[in-house]
Design a binder for this molecule. Structure first.
Ligand code: GDP
Ligand code: CA
Length: 313
């Protein structure tokens, strides 16, 4: 069954790993947010793409969710000795990804193709597609002024209140043909439990993306990243609140109302079932917390099964 998943970083990668385990090899395509991407020491860093790639390759650091397991940071230590600011943690092995990616991008290879060369070498059975080949950058209007995404997220540890979001370069961006073909051929579309504002938001904001998803005849379901009024990790809950959204599964459902046919929510949010149904969506109430590998696969299987019963609208 051909499944296309939309994902950001850590939360998205968890469900993507479950889907990869649950589906026959080759059936999963993950369309990943690239609006977190930035340059450092002349290297192109794609945090969400790499989180998904390392997770699906089975080499991700299980404690952090990002980076590579057993990673060392000697290169970064030497950069610090040269007086460089090393707030963004780049591991020694991770560095190889950025070096190769940057070289290939500089030679004119599109990011989609570059990503394929990397995932292929890592033996990943799924397709990992950047949302577009154009550089899009998330810029946040915060209580501390205008911040580039990684400045807010890593350097300042998400301490500032987000009052607005801009996606620099989004107007010129277009989904690649492979992304459009993936949605056209999808038998199910799954919105992973990623941050609706800064992970799924940028993917949907690529001109033509929303239309391509809506045009797909596949059932579309979203797994809520908000459980019991909170994000399991990261600033999604505070961001939703400061941007005027309701911090609940129903609030997330409302954000996806025009693109999604079904919502998967946790038992903790069972009392929101009717509110979500009233939006015209089908609802699956289950254990939406992924604690370990078997848990990811279990949730993925339930999500895939649920898409079979969801009525397209
Ligand atoms: P980032 O790019 O690394 O910040 O990651 P994402 O945007 O992909 O994911 C962040 C979201 O994942 C947060 O809002 C979390 O609540 C959510 N999340 C993390 N783990 C789980 C889980 O096990 N279940 C659910 N439902 N959501 C999760
Ligand atoms: Ca991210």
């Amino acid at each position: 069954m051909k499944v296309v998943a939309l994902a950001g970083g850590v939360g998205g990668a968890r469900l993507a790993a479950g889907l990869q385990a649950a589906l026959p090899p080759g059936d999963l395509t993950v369309v990943v947010n690239t609006a977190d991407d930035f340059d450092l020491w002349d290297l192109r860093i794609c945090p969400d793409l790499d989180t998904v790639m390392y997770t699906l390759a089975g080499i991700a650091n299980p404690e952090t969710g990002w980076g590579i397991a057993g990673e060392t940071f000697d290169t970064l230590g030497m950069l610090a000795r040269y007086g460089e600011d090393t707030w963004f943690k780049l591991g020694d092995r991770d560095m190889a990804t950025h070096v190769l990616r940057s070289e290939r991008l500089r030679s004119g290879m599109p990011l989609t193709q570059v990503t394929f060369t990397l995932t292929d070498a890592l033996g990943i059975p799924s397709r990992i597609l950047p949302m577009c080949d154009d550089l899009v950058s998330t810029v946040l209007d915060t209580s501390a002024g205008t911040l580039e995404f990684q400045e807010y997220f890593v350097r300042r540890a998400q301490r500032d209140e987000v009052r607005g979001i801009k996606l620099r370069g989004i107007e010129e961006a277009r989904p690649s043909d492979v992304v459009l073909d993936a949605f056209a051929g999808a038998e199910a579309v799954v919105f992973c439990p990623s941050n609706p504002v800064v992970s799924i938001g940028p993917i949907l904001a690529v001109p033509g993306m929303r239309e391509a998803i809506v045009a797909s005849s596949a059932p579309k379901v979203a797994v809520s990243p908000i459980i019991g009024g909170r994000a399991l990790k990261g600033p999604a809950d505070r961001m939703l609140a400061s941007l005027g959204h309701e911090v609940s599964s129903a609030g997330v459902a409302r954000m996806y109302e025009d693109v999604v046919d079904g919502m998967v929510i946790d038992h903790a949010d069972e009392d929101e079932r009717e509110e979500i149904s009233a939006l015209g969506m089908d609802v699956l109430v289950t254990d939406a917390v992924m604690r370990d590998g078997p848990d990811r696969e279990r949730l993925a299987r339930e999500v895939v099964y649920f898409t079979g019963s969801v009525a397209g609208r």
